[in-house]
Design a protein around this ligand. Sequence first.
Ligand code: NAP
Length: 463
Amino acid sequence: MTYQTINPFTNEVVSTFPNATKDEVDNAISAAHEAFLAWRDTPYTTRTAVLGKAAELLRAEKRRYAELLTLEMGKVIAEAEAEVDLSADILQYYADHGASLLETIKVPVALAAEGEVEIVSEPLGVLLSVEPWNFPYYQVVRVAAPQLLAGNTILLKHASNVPQAAAAFDDLFERAGLPAGAFKNLYLPHDLTEYVINDPRVRGVALTGSEEAGAIIAGYAAKAVKKSTLELGGSDAFVVLADADMDKTVEWAVFGRHWNAGQVCVSAKRMIVVDEVFDEFLAKYRHGVAALTMGDPMDAATTLAPMSSQGAADTLAGQVEEAVAGGATAETLGEKAPTSGAFFQPTILTGMNPTNPSYYEEFFGPVSIIIRVKDEAEAIAVANDSPFGLGGSVFTADTVRGEKVARQIDTGMVYVNHPTMVKADIPFGGVKHSGYGHELTNLGIQEFINKKVIDVVDINAAF
Ligand code: NAP
């Protein structure tokens, strides 16, 4: 891999960045460790001020930050601006909650002789954050905001196709007043990743990305006996029950599958629709997808962006071919995609069934798998017949019923009547092959904390 900005709208190489050398990596680890020794004892008020300032800078320069996302990975400018806002919201969430998330907990004990027991929250040290390109700022902030608040320091290894977005965070945190070394973007080559994780000063690794990369990185962490969190792929079910408001449901389905050009871990990837309303759903869904407009992602009229790279579009095309070879039917929709740039013609796959080798794959782009089921029970069974367990949604007019169905879906997050509610104050995390651990809110900040037990015993107490 080479760290390069390639504009997916034109497929032109804009700039190339050299890989970090071993010396640069050593220096970054040393600086991050030195920064940690001071940062862990820095008052929370100082830490929250840095996060708050970073949020303020992002909001003040929203357009500039957003344009970089559109340039490097092609998302439409309105979605890029929304990502900048969401990233600022997350920074602000931790700035506002501050020390309250890590308060000391008194532990009730049976006997006075057991002493005064408390659990204090202490940071671990330097963390490696390995992040994907699909939300270049949001993914970084999901780890950096809570962990900087906690007193840890961060080395970032971002995806090789968003090198400028990665570097933008070095600059952002520096301008926000974060001490030097406490956050550092490295253009880390794959073959130095294990070297970083093995360094005794590095105490954990958080990865968001594919299952393949997650297994490799978590393997390095396990060998070095270090904590890891994994936010991996998904093939989220979008369950449509017969009583759902069909027009609104279809609107959410089209959005849920096509925002960020379908490259969202929690995209609605499998529409599971009960027989009674299947034909109506499919007809309206076809219509909704066909109305999407492909074009320049900087143009406000564009509603379907190019994919993040030509490679990503080619991989997806190969997956569709294999699904068809395995027995599925592919139908393309909408106006013909522009011939230059990494565009992908929106595609519906029907006739997918478990004997198709592609059935259990994640399709990371504007490809919708639409499955007919006879009733709610079969919808739940099909939703759960996946190696992944990230998100999912249920659409029904009866929200009590919706909650009951949600409880039976074996994933980390289920939304009733919404495809996926990604917000600063809602936690995020999956199960099964979608990974382990959480990001955001109080759950996220606890991932790289030493919950240290301190017991103060009266030496004269009878035992
Ligand atoms: P990817 O290839 O796994 O890349 C993710 C990150 O891992 C990148 O920084 C990549 O760097 C790095 N990486 C990959 N292999 C590595 C190795 N052997 N050593 C060191 N670093 C390595 O993921 P992707 O395909 O670009 O991203 C899409 C995947 O991420 C999808 O499966 C999606 O569902 C998942 N995702 C999950 C979440 C979540 O929160 N659960 C959120 C977003 C995306 P390079 O670019 O240098 O290869």
